[in-house]
Design a protein around this ligand. Structure first.
Ligand SMILES: CC(C)(COP(=O)(O)O)[C@@H](O)C(=O)NCCC(=O)NCCSC(=O)CCC(=O)O
Ligand SMILES: Nc1ncnc2c1ncn2[C@@H]1O[C@H](COP(=O)(O)O)[C@@H](OP(=O)(O)O)[C@H]1O
Ligand SMILES: [Mg+2]
Length: 259
């Protein structure tokens, strides 16, 4: 059979499918490229790494599904000493062999959900947070394969799910809780309940994990959320850094007075 240029020997249906796949791939790449450019503006690199706090890092794994950015999250195993059953990002404490927070996040993601490090495109590090044990927790943002199939390590992870990043600016079920840390710092804690159609389960994302997810969504969408936030959207970089520095100052003062 003769087959002209651009024509499939299997007929026009196949050509149409190939054209649609190509279009979807172009759309996926364009979504990723826009996000990449925005994220790079917010890359803090190692600017906070010198702070005298113990360190941990989490990976904020982004992927495109059904034409939208999604985030992968985990549910911590009930056997863990710390935060059992809570939703969090893959991550953990730094080890001596980690060169930086990126190494920590990637090593932990491999241990916890079987993500191979060469399959992650690391884009940036965002402003850190401080957890209740006073660990400096750095969020590392990376693209993972859109088709990634996790292999959860049952000692640490009981479930893995993905949710649209947009949910963190336009949630269907949201609550805010004022809170005060042990260092006396006052803030706002976000709490999202997400009904996952894939697992037919509801997940609650709150506290530090919600704090990172909201910031990521603000950086990428630059859109006013449907709930109140502690940042000035018109100067998101400086207001997020100020927020962190106020939190750090209260932790630092408390540590000094305990010496
Ligand atoms: C901080 C951690 C990345 C350390 O990892 P490890 O596996 O060694 O425990 C991790 O504990 C973590 O991500 N913690 C936050 C979990 C979370 O967001 N839980 C929901 C709300 S509770 C909260 O936000 C307080 C968390 C805290 O301050 O530790
Ligand atoms: N019962 C348990 N079984 C397996 N791993 C556990 C565990 N309790 C804690 N861990 C892991 O041991 C490390 C220290 O835990 P803790 O913070 O409770 O002291 C954490 O790992 P990562 O930091 O590598 O994620 C945590 O996930
Ligand atoms: Mg962990």
């Amino acid at each position: 059979m003769r087959c002209g240029k651009g024509r499939s020997p299997l007929g026009s249906g196949v050509t149409k499918m190939a054209a649609e796949e190509k279009k979807e791939e172009l759309e996926r790449n364009s979504i990723k490229e826009k996000a990449r450019l925005r994220l790079r503006e917010f890359d803090v690199g190692d600017r906070f790494s010198h702070l005298p706090l113990a360190r941990a890092a989490v990976l904020l794994p982004l992927m495109v599904r059904a034409g939208k950015l999604h985030l992968l999250l985990t549910v911590r195993s009930m056997q863990l000493r710390r935060s059992p059953g809570e939703v969090c990002f893959p991550g953990g404490k730094s080890e001596a062999t980690d060169k930086d927070e990126i190494d920590t996040a990637l090593r932990e993601a491999k241990e916890e959900v079987g993500l191979q490090l060469e399959k992650v495109e690391v884009v940036c590090r965002l402003v850190p947070g401080i957890d209740k044990m006073n660990y400096l927790v750095t969020p590392v943002v990376g693209f993972i394969e859109d088709t990634f199939q996790p292999t959860p390590n049952p000692d640490e992870v009981s479930n893995v799910f993905v949710m649209p990043l947009e949910y963190f600016v336009k949630p269907l079920n949201y609550q805010t809780v004022p809170y005060k840390t042990s260092s006396g710092y006052h803030g706002r804690m976000h709490s999202f309940t997400y009904d996952d159609p894939e697992h037919k389960m509801s997940f609650r994302i709150w506290g530090l994990t919600a704090h990172f997810a909201v910031f990521l969504a603000l950086v990428i969408f630059r859109r006013r959320p449907t709930f109140e936030i502690d940042y000035d959207l018109d100067s998101l970089i400086s207001s997020s850094e100020n927020y962190f520095m106020n939190l750090y100052a209260s932790v630092y003062e408390r540590k000094k007075s305990n010496i």
